[in-house]
Design a protein around this ligand. Structure first.
Ligand code: SF4
Length: 484
């Protein structure tokens, strides 16, 4: 019996207002050719490893006996599957998803996997990324009589694949890839196979792994380690990988002139224990810290990183500069990303709940504080204040990426562009606003040095406004909304 979606979520999760860039989603998929590997269980643990990519909703779809069942709900993996996996056990393949919404509202109807039934068969799909021509395609499909159940662009992809498939789903996917523009890493499941797809520019990552005789797909290689799978390789931009009982087949979809992997995967989003397109994320962050120390040497007593994502960069800075690395901030590990946000006037409480200064380490010291990025600046201001109140003589902020001056249209929530502190303020103005004694950012050139040798070129659109696709129509739309 197909699983039913459980009761509607009793509340809408509050969007985390933690002054960070947010990834949209994590995807996972497996076809099991080993009796010892239960696809639903492997997907559940794989999604745990990808939880940092989305915390609003989660879901798993499985295929067994030529039928697709699923369970999805609002919340973390642990919450969504607190009742166990019994109803999904015994399948031959599975796909899963964790979501942070950037298009479409945060509610259950928009949770994934998206499962559709058409006269051509059933299909489940999970997606990480954002289409930049979703509205045009949706208008076009609606004018032809299509009805959509959700507000997510993933449904547009599913609808196009169903429409373009006449027996051979790979041709249907290729035709769909000619129509959709933007970023997408997809895992598609039919009753007898799963298919991984990476957009032609490679903006979002997706990797292939193997465990015993079974193949696995995941947004990041850290998910393979969690289930004991071996990382084989990243999908190439525009590649389609078809996995079934007989093994895997690679197909080439449309090719782009230039590839453009999102460089923010290395700066902040991806887990440090992942490798993406030939580059170890942790190593790239260490090198970013070392580049900062080379480009802007500062006299200080200690180097510290804002937990957790800036620690590797702080360690790289310390190693390069010879200044000792010490912790300046302690993190409350039990504050999730979704607590009730204090009212505007008490916003500082939100930061203090998560971080506190280590007085013993900072008192009387000149502190170099490394962070990966500044989005609105509210958190940086509070952290500088906190460390100074704890007795630091000076606080020098070092940011291991360039100023974020432009919004992202490719699946990353950058806050609305009028809130980006880097958009209208010079570095000196930002320094004054956050109260630091000095402020230095990594240049785009130095950031690119940290990922030299990667299999892809990079998107750095949020730093320089040069995007991998033409987004003029979206910029106009966004500007209009702000002015409205
Ligand atoms: S604009 Fe920035 S966040 Fe968006 S894909 Fe490009 S590098 Fe990544």
């Amino acid at each position: 019996m197909p699983l039913r979606i459980t009761k509607p979520a009793p509340y809408h999760r509050i969007k985390p207002d933690d002054d960070c860039m947010h990834e949209e989603c994590g995807v996972f998929g497996i076809v099991s050719n080993d009796e010892s590997i239960d696809p639903a269980e492997a997907t559940y643990y794989g999604l745990f490893a990808l939880q940092h990519r989305g915390q609003e909703s989660a879901g798993i779809a499985v295929s067994s006996n030529n039928k697709i069942d699923y369970h999805k709900d609002m919340g973390l993996i642990s919450e969504v599957f607190k009742g166990g996996l019994d109803n999904l056990a015994g399948a031959t393949s599975a796909i899963g998803h964790v979501r942070y919404s950037t298009t479409g509202d945060s509610h259950l109807a928009n949770a994934q996997p998206l499962v559709i039934q058409s006269r051509k068969g059933s299909l489940a799909l999970v997606h990480n990324g954002n289409l930049i021509n979703a509205k045009e395609i949706r208008d076009d499909l609606e004018s032809q009589g299509a009805i959509f159940q959700t507000t997510i662009d993933t449904e547009i992809i599913a609808s196009l694949i169903a429409k373009n498939t006449n027996g051979d789903i790979i041709s249907g996917i290729k035709k769909t890839m000619e129509i959709v523009k933007g970023s997408y890493a997809l895992v598609i499941m039919t009753p007898d196979k799963i298919i991984g797809v990476r957009d032609p520019k490679g903006i979002r990552p997706i990797a292939l792994g193997k465990i015993d005789n079974s193949y696995v797909l995941a947004s990041e290689s850290c998910a393979f380690d969690t289930i004991g799978a071996e990382f084989m390789r990243d999908l190439r931009p525009g590649e389609i990988i078809e996995i079934d009982k007989n093994g895997l087949k690679s197909h080439q979809g449309p090719r782009a002139d230039e590839t453009a992997l999102c460089i923010f995967e290395y700066v902040y989003f991806a887990r440090p224990d992942s490798d993406i397109d030939g580059i170890c994320v942790h190593r790239a962050r260490e090198m970013a810290g070392a580049q900062l120390a080379i480009s802007n040497p500062i006299e200080a007593d200690i180097v510290a990183g804002v937990p957790d994502s800036a620690r590797p960069a702080a360690m790289g800075y310390a190693e390069q500069s010879g200044i000792p690395y010490k912790k300046a901030l302690a993190k409350n590990r039990y504050v999730g990303r979704t607590f009730i946000q204090p009212a505007q006037g008490k916003r500082a409480v939100g930061v203090s709940l998560k971080l506190n200064a280590l007085k013993r380490n900072v008192r009387g010291n000149r502190v170099i504080l490394v962070d990966d990025s500044i989005v609105r600046g509210t958190t940086s201001k509070r952290i500088v204040e906190m460390i100074k109140l704890a007795g630091a003589k000076e606080v020098h902020m070092q940011i291991s990426s360039p100023p974020i001056k432009h919004p992202c249209y490719f699946g990353i929530d950058t806050a609305s562009h009028d809130q980006l502190i880097g958009e209208k303020n010079s570095v000196e103005e930002i320094r004054k606003l956050i109260g630091a004694d000095s402020l230095n950012y990594l240049s785009i050139e130095d950031l690119l040095k940290t990922v030299e040798g990667a299999a892809c070129n990079f998107c750095v659109g949020c730093f320089n406004g040069e995007y991998p696709d033409n987004v003029d129509h979206l910029i106009k739309c966004r500007t209009k909304n702000v002015l409205d």
